[in-house]
Write a protein that binds this ligand. Sequence first.
Ligand SMILES: [Zn+2]
Length: 388
Amino acid sequence: MVLTSLGGSGEKGRVGFLLEDGRKRIVLDYGIKRRLCGGWKDIYPLEVKEKVDLLYLSHAHQDHVGAVPLLSFERIISSEPTLKLMKHYIYTWFKTARRYELPIDAERYEDFLQKEDFKIMNTMIFDGLFFKLGKSGHLLGSTWVKIRWDGVSLLYTGDITLDSPIYRFDEPEKADVLIMDCAYGLRRLKPREDLLNVLDSLKGNRIILPLPSVGRSQEILLTLLNSGILPVFVDEKIVRFFNFLSEFKEWLKVEPKIESVNTELPEKLVEGIYLTIDGMITGGTSLKLYNLLKDDEKTRFILTGYQERGTTGWKILNEEDRAMQFIWKVHPDFTDILTLIDKIDPYHIIIFHADEKDSSDLVQELGKLGFKSSVLEMGKRLKLGEIT
Ligand SMILES: [Zn+2]
């Protein structure tokens, strides 16, 4: 079995891997790099010219599914929620690309978005190929996959969160080769509950938390409510996703019910906590409140996730020093990476989701601990039966 990287290893975004045995072809995720400038080669994964037999989708985020309309494939393997959420994320990318005049094959995206009849695999054994999916705790519907094929077993984590306050997690199994989400590199993150101490230390201010509409926003809202903290304002898009969650209770650790929260921006912007959309302050209530309050001394912005270069979030964090950062964990930190390696016990690890520097630091550190790992740059191939 030969593994080819289509993107996402040694860089952030556009994750994709191709597996082939000379007869069949499988693609694991096919995402885009979410940038607001750049050409085709900066945004999209490596082109796959021939039709693929199976397309496995780990979860619905754009960096894992955004380029799927460019792929020709026979069948999809994914969870039901991923399939339901996928089109929304692809459509959002289509709109972003249009708005920022980024290169996009509009015809293929439009065709894909109209298509209804995706053929889903309902058996996990296919021509000597064996698949096992487990919940990966990162997003509604997110999974890891174990593939046994051609005498080798491989575990691809997709994006993985070992201890989400909302999403269930299944322990992954042992495998020969591990393709692992290493988004935070060697960093060990603070416990999520520490955000409550940060908020407490800022009491008396207007505290703005710009968030994506789906993901850590639901985790943060539930954590606040469970600690008896009621925000002044919660963007209604954050609340709306709880209704969707309630259709998929088997994916959740908690009841997706929340007590009544205020989804109307108050006329007088009093002190307290505001949960706004979006996470990088490029639009919505985040940008609205930013424009109103950017020069106000009693307003603090707390950024809880990755900020793309050029966005307002990136600017106030890196250039103007006007925001605080508290990374809310949604990927494995270094402690979690070691836990995963211990469970899966692979003889080789391929790192993805971390930039060049973080990846090479990680390869070095893992080497010191006796683990073999590497980056597989876009276009590079690895014969999995031959690595030891
Ligand atoms: Zn993700």
